[in-house]
Design a protein around this ligand. Sequence first.
Ligand SMILES: [Zn+2]
Length: 314
Amino acid sequence: MKTTIYASSEFLKHDTGHNHPESAARLETLLSLFEEKLTSVPQKEPQAAEIEDIALTHPESYIYELMDLLPDTGYAAIDTAGECILSPSSWESLLLSAGAGISALNDIMSGETTRAFCAIRPPGHHAEAQKPMGFCFFNNAFITARIAQERHNIKHIAIIDFDVHHGNGTDALTRAHNDTHPNEPLFYASTHQAPLWPMTGDPTNNTDHIINATLPEGSDGKVLMNAYEEHIFPALNAYAPDLLILSAGFDAHKDDPLAGLSLEAEDFGTLTTALCAIADKHANRRMISLLEGGYNIQALKSSVEAHLHALSTT
Ligand SMILES: [Zn+2]
């Protein structure tokens, strides 16, 4: 069993401006964590996604529209909320962020590694087919899942999203895919604080393959694990995934400025260990973890350390 980190200093070039929570400092702290404490875990540079890779998830018109919105200088807010900021060097980060999961997948399928953590930005789980949202432009997790289906003939893929916010983009993309491909449904499960932006992910809309579980403000690691054991793991085991993709957001940490849950760093390790057991049981241990949120720099660092420790030793 081998775990590989996919990371690049190129992600620092996606400049979101002064005081933006999704800042280059997030990646900077993770790069220093890998250098200081995780030297035993091998690290690789990811490859940029090709347009045709992304086009399995987002229409080409949307991809080129984003490209056209890149500013020559300064910053461009490209969504109505003013949260999705592009700067002149953002495009490479967007393609690398979309490509990291594909790089990990290629290496897993060739037997070079078993598990992967992709330290990427911008995140992806709020991006819908034709809509940037919540710091996200391309849906990195869904892009990886569709490449696995189309290029590697892996049909049962589960995306598990433990970011504190509901992954509205991944949820919508999965529902649309499952409507048009009823014989090859993807699985999406999310735990998220409710009520909280983006106010989607109501469990009353759950299906066999879309499982949303909500957590009230103040929930700790025990409440989180109960939600997984009660609502998500039974459906996930019934689906029997051949590959697990994690939308790994760390903003459910108690110190995160954007939300109100009460997790400690170690709780991310506990959840990761439980997810590894499911990957071991069904998916030949294959797991690709993609960074989503996490906006307190110190909390992000300690939470990713706990996550990677579990990923590389379980
Ligand atoms: Zn989040």
